[in-house]
Design a protein around this ligand. Structure first.
Ligand SMILES: [Zn+2]
Length: 223
C-alpha cells in the first residue's frame, strides 16, 4: 500500500490565503466582489482567479512577488509534519491553486523531498496572466483552475494507493471527496462534515502529527 498526502498551500500550509491577500493589497475595490463570488461558489475558481490577476498591470509583478514573500506565514508544525511523513514512507505532494513565487520558497526550505503542483504568472503582456499547471481532465466536471482531483488521478500508483487530503477551503472539496481521509479546517471542515466524509479537524500540523501517532485514530480505519 502506498500512502500519499495531498496538501493544500493557501490557508493550510500558509496561514492566510495569499491570492486574496494580494488582491486586497493591489486591487481591493475591484477584487472584493470576485473573491466573494468564488467563496460562495457562484463563480468558478478558474474564472475568478484569472479575472483578478488581469486587473494587475504587469509592471507591478515584482511588487506582488515581494509582498507575497514577505507576508507568507507558515502554520506551526509543518516542517516537523513533513519530516514525520518521510519517516513513515508517505509521499507528500503540495497541490496548490496558488503560485510558484510564494509556494516554492516555503517548500524548498524543507529537507524532505516533496512534489509541488502549482501555477505561475505570465507577466509578458500588459496585465498579469495566470498559467494553470494542471487543467481538469475528462472525469472532472471542470472549472477548478489547478485541478486537484486530476493531480490525484495522475499520482495514483495502483488500486492500493491511499490518499490523505489536507486543506481548508472550497477549492479542496473535490479532492477531499476523492480522498480516503481528510484533515480539514475552516470552510472545508463544514463541507466534509455535511457529507459525512471521514475527517478530523486540525488547527496546526502538530494536531495532525498527534493523530498519526495515535494507532486508535479513525485515520487507520480508512487508509
Ligand atoms: Zn477539475
Amino acid at each position: 500500500m502506498t500512502v500519499r498526502v495531498i496538501c493544500d498551500f493557501d490557508g493550510t500550509i500558509a496561514e492566510k490565503d495569499m491570492i486574496a491577500a494580494i488582491m486586497r493589497r493591489f486591487v481591493p475595490v475591484q477584487a472584493e466582489p470576485i473573491i466573494q463570488a468564488v467563496q460562495t461558489g457562484e463563480k468558478a475558481i478558474r474564472d475568478g482567479v484569472e479575472e483578478m490577476f488581469r486587473l494587475i498591470p504587469s509592471d507591478r509583478y515584482d511588487d506582488v512577488v515581494e509582498f507575497a514573500t514577505e507576508n507568507t506565514v507558515v502554520r506551526p508544525g509543518f516542517p516537523e509534519f513533513i519530516h514525520r511523513c518521510g519517516q513513515l514512507g508517505w509521499k507528500v505532494a503540495v497541490v496548490s491553486g496558488g503560485f510558484d513565487f510564494f509556494v516554492h520558497p516555503v517548500i524548498h526550505s524543507l529537507s524532505t523531498p516533496v512534489d509541488i503542483f502549482c501555477n505561475r504568472i505570465d507577466s509578458s503582456g500588459p496585465f498579469l496572466r495566470v498559467v494553470w499547471a494542471v487543467s481538469c481532465d475528462d472525469v472532472c466536471e471542470g472549472g477548478c483552475g489547478l485541478c486537484k482531483p486530476s493531480v490525484m488521478r495522475q499520482l495514483k500508483d495502483d488500486e492500493a494507493t491511499r490518499f490523505i487530503v489536507i486543506g481548508d477551503g472550497v477549492t479542496d472539496f473535490k479532492a477531499a471527496r476523492e480522498g480516503d481521509y481528510v484533515f480539514a479546517r475552516a470552510r472545508l471542515l463544514e463541507l466534509v462534515r455535511d457529507q459525512d466524509l471521514p475527517a478530523s479537524p486540525f488547527d496546526t500540523f502538530y494536531d495532525i502529527e498527534r493523530e498519526i501517532a495515535d494507532g486508535g485514530s479513525p485515520l487507520y480505519e480508512n487508509i
